[in-house]
Design a binder for this molecule. Structure first.
Ligand code: MF3
Ligand code: CO
Ligand code: CO
Length: 276
């Protein structure tokens, strides 16, 4: 297992820029997410914004981890019972759909990775509650990040909050270290036991990106080689930020003017660096 890299000041400066640019793609696309738009159109808009406006590289395009076929698009769009890695296509969004849009950009060699939930028209109360609880799960995980804490503290806090709400945590996919490499050590599980796994050290950078199902946690893989759905066809939600471990706690790197505010229960001194 490769060691967890500790980022230099120069790396951190590069990761702040990449993180902000990834978040700004989500700000840009938000007004286009409406009934009638296809996920393929959202992909084209994001792609053109990244390449022509930002001068960033869409990291997903042709991304090909071992055992996979190259990913064919520039963003992931995961609608309703799609957990993650949904491939944009010609299907139009309809009133009541909920989807995750996941953006990863590369700028000057550094990756910024973030995703948000979007509600199309007026989704069900269940769908909105699932998106809200999953957002709280991400932030409860983020709030555990500080030197000396363990990765297991993050996973445990997320799992507790999800299961208390009657939901389940997807096990097959996790957060990840990130930097000049898209997916690197450590794996950041969204379930677990306090005090277990790696101890956090200033300069580590990783994502926290819980996938939470309204029903059971089991998954099924589609034959396109990428799309992951809930086995029981229940709704699934996900949010993602890229996080730096600082001397005193954490800094959220994927910040932008349009990002949703942290939940009210996240203490403001903890989020001092959110808008850095
Ligand atoms: N952005 C996803 C993540 O959070 C990874 C997508 S891989 C892709 O890790 F190839 F599907 F884009
Ligand atoms: Co990620
Ligand atoms: Co992502």
């Amino acid at each position: 297992m490769a060691a967890i890299t500790i980022k230099t000041e120069e790396d951190i400066r590069g990761m702040r820029v990449a993180g902000r640019l990834a978040a700004e793609v989500l700000d840009y696309i938000a007004p286009f997410v409406k009934p009638g738009v296809t996920t393929g159109e959202l992909d084209r808009l994001c792609h053109d914004y990244m390449v022509n406006v930002q001068g960033t590289v869409p990291a997903p395009l042709n991304y090909c981890p071992p055992g996979y076929t190259p990913y064919p698009k520039s963003i992931c769009t995961s609608v309703n019972d799609v957990i993650c890695h949904g491939i944009p296509g010609d299907k139009a969004l309809k009133n009541g759909d909920v989807l995750n849009i996941d953006v990863t950009v590369i700028k000057d060699g550094y990756h910024g990775d973030t995703s948000r939930m979007f509600l199309v028209g007026q989704p069900s109360i269940l769908a909105r509650r699932l998106a809200d609880i999953t957002y709280e799960c991400m932030w409860i995980g983020i709030s555990k990040v500080k030197p000396g804490a363990h990765l297991g503290d993050i996973g445990h806090a997320i799992q507790q909050h999800a299961e208390k709400a009657g939901y389940s945590v997807v096990r097959e996919f996790c957060g990840h270290g990130i930097g000049k490499i898209f997916h690197e050590e450590p794996q950041v599980l969204h379930y677990g036991r306090p005090g277990t796994l790696e101890k956090l050290v200033p300069g580590m950078i990783f994502t926290i990106e819980p996938m939470i199902n309204a029903g059971r946690r089991e998954i099924r893989e589609m034959t396109d080689g990428w799309t992951i759905k809930t086995k029981d066809r229940s709704l699934s939600a996900q949010w993602e930020h890229t996080i730096l471990v600082t001397e005193t706690g954490y800094e959220v790197l994927t910040v932008s003017p349009g990002m949703p505010a942290p939940p009210a229960f996240i203490a403001s001194q903890d989020t001092q660096a959110v808008t850095a």
